[in-house]
Design a protein around this ligand. Structure first.
Ligand code: AMP
Length: 283
């Protein structure tokens, strides 16, 4: 088998490599992930290379962002497959720390955020989630000290939270958002799509279809509240259990009533059987 890309498993190895690149005057980027990589993740690597000379991808399934009863234990993992995919995309380094490297004995810090982390979207249904995300992202970014970090628009509220986090803590790594990559039928790629049964998979693209239709209707002058009500009812009829489907201001996630409250973003989370899917779209 051909050689894998280099893998760092400790903060000291990670820093040593990145410091060397910075000394050579190279610009660096980090792409944080939880592994089980798909083309959405790999597109972030490609985006990273448009902004930087060297790209690090971290793979860490962060326990602190999962609540009891969520899918931490069953979250898909495939380090060997991930490394092969990262190699095809010319990734320079994978950072795969274990839980004790990230949360050693005695670890007792957590970052609690307000603002976009309390927008009443994901946080309404996963109240523990953004404290876990903010803490692990701050750690990864401070560990790596790259010039930039790439996050997907797929997790739109997360992108807003991370952007604010960097401002609030004066962390100089620049956050860049990267567009959502979809399957041919429109379903946003996600590691969790692997949980869908064949029947569920056949219906899963309805989320994107409903968001797309709502966006078109709003652009055409339809009332936002009506467009969102239609989207919700179509999803429910299609077998989804909807957590939320809402129109928000794309910049600050504030609630909106009319098109002029925009730029608008439509955001949705819904269950299909035991799988929770999220998606969003610009209007
Ligand atoms: P995850 O491994 O799910 O934590 O995702 C790692 C990063 O990949 C996050 O910044 C996600 O927003 C991003 N991502 C996940 N799915 C997609 C997708 N379909 N298109 C673009 N970015 C994505």
């Amino acid at each position: 088998m051909k050689k894998s890309i280099p893998v760092a498993s400790s903060v000291s190895e990670l820093r040593a490599r990145i410091r060397r690149w910075h000394k050579q005057g190279l610009k660096t980027a980090i792409v944080p992930t939880m592994g089980a990589l798909h083309n959405g993740h790999l597109s972030l690597v490609d985006t990273a290379f448009r902004h930087a000379d060297r790209v690090v991808v971290s793979i860490f399934v962060n326990p602190t962002q999962f609540a009891a009863g969520e899918d931490l234990a069953t979250y898909p993992s495939d380090d060997a497959g991930d490394l092969a995919k990262l190699k095809l995309h010319k990734t320079n380094l994978a950072y795969i720390p274990d839980v004790t490297e990230m949360y050693p004995d005695g670890f007792c810090t957590s970052i609690e955020m307000k603002g976009p982390a309390l927008a009443k979207l994901e946080d309404r249904f996963r109240p523990h989630f953004f404290d876990g995300v903010a803490t692990v992202v701050a750690k990864l970014i401070i560990q790596a000290q790259c010039n930039i970090a790439i996050f997907g628009e797929k997790d739109y509220q997360q992108l807003a939270v991370v952007t604010r986090l960097m401002q609030d803590l004066n962390i100089p790594t620049q956050i860049i958002g990267s567009e959502t990559i979809r399957e041919i039928d429109g379903l946003a790629m996600s590691s969790r799509n692997a949980y869908l049964s064949q029947k569920e998979r056949a219906r899963a693209a309805l989320i994107h279809e409903c968001l797309d239709e709502a966006a078109k209707n709003i652009r055409a002058g339809k009332k936002i509240s009506n467009a969102m009500r239609n989207a919700r009812s179509k999803l429910t009829k299609g077998g989804f259990n909807v957590d939320y489907v809402e129109a928000r201001n794309a910049e600050n996630l504030a609630k909106v009533k009319i098109l002029e409250d925009g730029p608008l973003r439509l955001l949705c989370a819904a269950w299909l059987g035991n799988t929770r899917l999220i998606d969003n779209i610009a209007v």
